[in-house]
Design a protein around this ligand. Structure first.
Ligand code: G6P
Length: 489
């Protein structure tokens, strides 16, 4: 740091998320290798010069022994990461159970689990107890590293209980909470047995953020209807204390994608893919293998399209990258088999001795391979049943300056609010409509493609992840200052 450089009082930022942006692999008793995963959040914060981010979260591995914990803590410190160690039982009850089997499906309108789904991880009560315990463990680590003036930014549905824990430690701590998923209608949130406690805790934050105005509105109405509080244009008021609630749509680091396309190895990859699929239009899906992504619905729509359009059968290929995720949760295991079965059936039905209509991959791709794939795609298919934002749609658009391909986008993804004008919006539940949209996209005249692409490209390059993070943090600072002014009046 330069001597004498002006240092705004909010420069240090503690980013708290369930998962640290690194994957850790143990190499020996006291040695670890770390891989930084440059997801949306990481690049968002790397690009922001105004503050220095430190990460607090779970490294995704069980480290039962002290030697291992010490070594990992030391290795992570070099990456500005601070670990929260969760044992296997907590991970099972908190992460697999309460987070991914209860809150995740509920917030995506898939409802609460029935008896059989609950039985796999004991009772709702013990899962919620583990959730609170885990959140308290995160709070302990934050508190141990907190310095006056720091901004604490809590992320996502895993940590809804965190704002309250933090404020109990220190009412002066500046606490923001941002939800990366949808916040559902209050009628859905009402069904959650722990509905009061979670809302109350989130309201302990100074600023509460969502991707879209609708999610923010749902949250405010949950607070008014379930807690009986007052909703104001600024947020939620409880006995004179205001919690500011607002929409902050996330973006991507679009430059990183655009620059990658210039690299020789990416260019080489693009050339290979073009040769491999020459004579065929390329359709692409990139999703975590999650029920909210609507992968079975997408496959059925593609099948219907092939069924109704024999002309296209040997002229189009669907590449579906399905990144395995949360594989310990039974619902995800069932989905994997279901998807494999549908892919097998469609390929059996429409494949030939030399070609199949669907290439399905159960893996993730490295960044450069992904960019190349986005660049050669003619039509991207994002058919989420619900999705907080969906940044795959943004990444695709960023890589399409040369090709100006078409984006088919679910109206239930947050991204529909920003890319709706350029994309073909669909209801993913309506297989007939999606099949028709595939036809429309494949046959779209170049002029219309260009117009739609330009609209979206402009949005994706203007509203970046960096801008999102800066806006959230400066709004959090302003909110705290305003609250101080109000109380000192
Ligand atoms: C979603 C959530 C993130 C989560 C990611 C991957 O995008 O909003 O908080 O990190 O999925 O899921 P995982 O369970 O592997 O962390």
């Amino acid at each position: 740091e330069e001597a004498g450089a002006a240092r705004p009082f909010w420069q240090r930022l503690l980013v708290v998320a369930n998962r640290l942006p690194v994957s850790a692999v143990r190499r020996g008793e006291d040695s670890w290798s770390l891989d930084i995963s440059a997801g949306g959040l990481v690049s968002a914060l790397l690009g922001v010069k105004e503050f220095e981010a430190r990460w607090i979260g779970w490294a995704g591995v069980n480290v039962p022994d002290e030697i291992g914990q010490k070594a990992l803590t030391k290795a992570l410190a070099e990456k500005r990461c601070i670990p929260v160690f969760l044992d296997e039982e907590i991970v099972h009850q908190y992460y697999n159970g309460y987070c991914n089997n209860i809150l995740w499906p509920l917030f995506h309108y898939l409802g609460l689990p029935q008896e059989d789904r609950l039985a796999t991880t004991r009772s709702f009560q013990s899962q919620f107890a583990a959730y609170k315990k885990a959140n308290q463990m995160f709070a302990d680590v934050v508190n141990a590293h907190y310095e006056e003036g720091d901004v604490v930014w809590c992320h996502d549905y895993h940590l809804m209980y965190l704002p309250e824990c933090l404020k109990k430690y220190n009412t002066k701590m500046k606490v923001g909470w941002f939800l990366h998923t949808p916040f559902p209608s209050s009628e859905i949130h009402r069904t959650l047995p722990s509905r009061y406690e979670l809302l109350r805790s989130v309201l302990a934050a100074d600023l509460v953020g969502f991707h879209t105005y609708d999610y923010a509105r749902h949250f405010v109405s949950a607070c008014t209807r379930i807690l009986g509080l007052e909703g104001t244009p600024e947020g939620v008021e409880d006995q004179g204390k205001l919690t500011r609630v607002a929409a902050f749509p996330i973006g991507i680091d679009s430059d990183r994608f655009i620059r990658a396309l210039e690299l020789p190895q990416v260019q080489e990859h693009i050339k290979e893919l073009k040769e491999r699929f020459s004579g065929r239009k390329v359709m692409l899906g990139v999703d975590r293998l999650d029920m909210i992504k609507g992968i079975p619905q997408k496959l059925l729509a593609f099948e219907k399209f092939l069924e109704e359009n024999p002309y296209w059968r040997d002229k189009v290929v669907l590449l579906q990258i399905a990144v395995p995720t949360r594989t310990d949760v039974p619902e995800y295991q069932k989905l994997t088999s279901q998807v494999h079965e549908i892919v097998g059936r469609i390929n059996g039905r429409f494949g030939t001795l030399t070609a199949v209509p669907i290439h399905h991959l159960d893996c993730s791709l490295d960044f450069h391979a992904l960019c190349a794939l986005y660049a050669v795609t003619d039509v991207a298919l994002v058919t989420s049943l619900r999705d907080g934002m969906n940044l795959v749609s943004y990444e695709f658009v960023a890589c399409q300056e040369a090709k100006k391909g078409v984006l088919i986008l679910s109206e239930f993804a947050g991204a529909a609010q920003s890319l709706g004008a350029g994309a073909i919006l669909v209801n993913p539940w309506n297989i007939t409509e999606v099949a028709a949209s595939i036809g429309q996209a494949l046959n779209m005249p170049a002029e219309e493609r260009e117009k739609r692409h330009c609209h979206n490209f402009h949005h994706v390059t203007e509203h970046t992840a960096q801008e999102w993070a800066e806006t959230f943090v400066s709004e959090l600072n302003d909110t705290v200052v305003e609250a101080q002014l109000r109380t000192s009046k």
